[in-house]
Design a protein around this ligand. Sequence first.
Ligand SMILES: Nc1nc2c(ncn2[C@@H]2O[C@H](COP(=O)(O)OP(=O)(O)OP(=O)(O)O)[C@@H](O)[C@H]2O)c(=O)[nH]1
Ligand SMILES: [Mg+2]
Length: 220
Amino acid sequence: MECHKCSSNCSSRSPGFFPKFLRKYLKKPLETVTEPDKIHKIALVGMPNVGKSVVFNGLTGTYVTVSNYPGTTVEVSRGEARLGGTPIAIVDTPGMYSLIPITEEEKVSRDLLMNESFDLVVHVVDAKNLSRMLPLTFQLMETGLPVLLAINMMDEAKQLGLDIEAEDLETKLGIPIVTMAAALNQGLRHLKARIVDYVESRDLSATHREGYLQNRVSIF
Ligand SMILES: Nc1nc2c(ncn2[C@@H]2O[C@H](COP(=O)(O)OP(=O)(O)OP(=O)(O)O)[C@@H](O)[C@H]2O)c(=O)[nH]1
Ligand SMILES: [Mg+2]
């Protein structure tokens, strides 16, 4: 329909006029914008097949989006958890062996850690192969990232007769440690409690963030 045939008197309206039936589309993005700094954000990182996605599902439930990391075909899952009343954004990163990337997945995980500001990085490891996995914990810590170590697959480690002295390790490493068997829903509540404890201690997060920002330049 040509404009002059329209029954509406458009010319008398201000330039900001927007048809009523379209206003909901105009308003929606503005209303849903949240300030990123107001929500705590954590990343799940670790080698492939250690149980990151099982932990992610245990933390987030149904509020999940999966999308390709920009410019890649690598999928990154994002979700939100409400832990003890605290909303926390959670990112499930692709498996990586080292912060010095070889594969595209590792590069995506490294970029995520470098480009997004996380209040906490949960390093998920396989209890059966702890000594092979701890070097990545050290790399993450050296970068200044705030790290929590989640020692997963404790059920299989126990079957093999492996005994992990988590409290001793926690004292030695100086970071929070949780033991769990995510697939059996064991240790998940403890993990949630420690995540909340950690992200709510803002001073600690700020200190870690400062160290992180200083160190990231020297390592990368
Ligand atoms: N026995 C046992 N199996 C587990 C546990 N947690 C995860 N798994 C299993 O380990 C396998 C890998 O789990 P995922 O969550 O896909 O591992 P991931 O770290 O996300 O792997 P990538 O995405 O490839 O890096 C699955 O078959 C899980 O069911 C656990 O605590 N105990
Ligand atoms: Mg996964």
